[in-house]
Structures are given as C-alpha cells and as structure tokens.
Design a protein around this ligand. Sequence first.
Ligand code: HEC
Length: 83
Amino acid sequence: MRIIVLFLAMLLFGCAAIEKQAKPEISAAKKLYRSNCSICHRLYSPDVYSYQKLEHYVDKYARGISVQERQSLLEYLKGASKE
Ligand code: HEC
C-alpha cells in the first residue's frame, strides 16, 4: 500500500514538473539570448529594458545568428521586455 501511495505521489509530482516547463520555443530562444547576449557583459534581465532598446542591441551585437534565430530571439524578447 505504501508503495502505491508513493508511486501516485511521484506521478503527481512528475506531472506538475512537466506542466511547469516553458514552451520549447521559449527555452530555445532563451538559450539564444543566454549564449549571444552574455559574451561581453553579464546577461541583462530583459524585463528592465523596452523592446525597442533590446531590438536595437540585437541588431547591433547579435550578428552571427541566422534570420530564424533573430526572429525567435526577438519574439522571446517581445514577451520578456518591459513594454
Ligand atoms: C560584442 C560584445 C557585446 C555583445 C555580444 C552584446 N553586447 Fe550588449 N553591450 C555591449 C556594450 C559594449 C555595451 C555598452 C555600449 C552600448 O550601449 O552599445 C552594451 C550594452 C547593452 C545594453 C544596455 C545596458 C544599459 O543598462 O544601458 C543592453 C540592454 C544590451 N547591451 C543588450 C544586449 C543584448 C540583448 C545582446 C544580445 C543580442 C547583447 N547586448 C550582446 C557589448 C555587447
């Protein structure tokens, strides 16, 4: 009996953990943000900057990324920025 309760608890916990995970596109874009935007300075939290400013910095500094990566990065920053 104890085993079954434990099993159910683990199952519930497992589902909650999966639900908490961000959408895959978002984590991919976050990864892009982390790897491209913390080379020269610490990783700035996007929520203290306007989208306009972040877009400016993406165009200024994220030169090595593809068109699709830029798109996905900007999509993420749109949601994560201050305005
Ligand atoms: C090649 C080095 C380099 C890379 C890579 C880089 N930055 Fe920067 N970043 C700088 C420098 C230098 C400054 C300060 C001068 C300026 O404003 O351009 C700066 C400033 C900033 C600021 C302004 C900080 C403030 O408080 O005023 C933001 C926001 C920023 N970067 C975001 C980004 C983002 C987003 C990326 C990824 C796309 C990125 N940076 C990648 C060099 C870099």
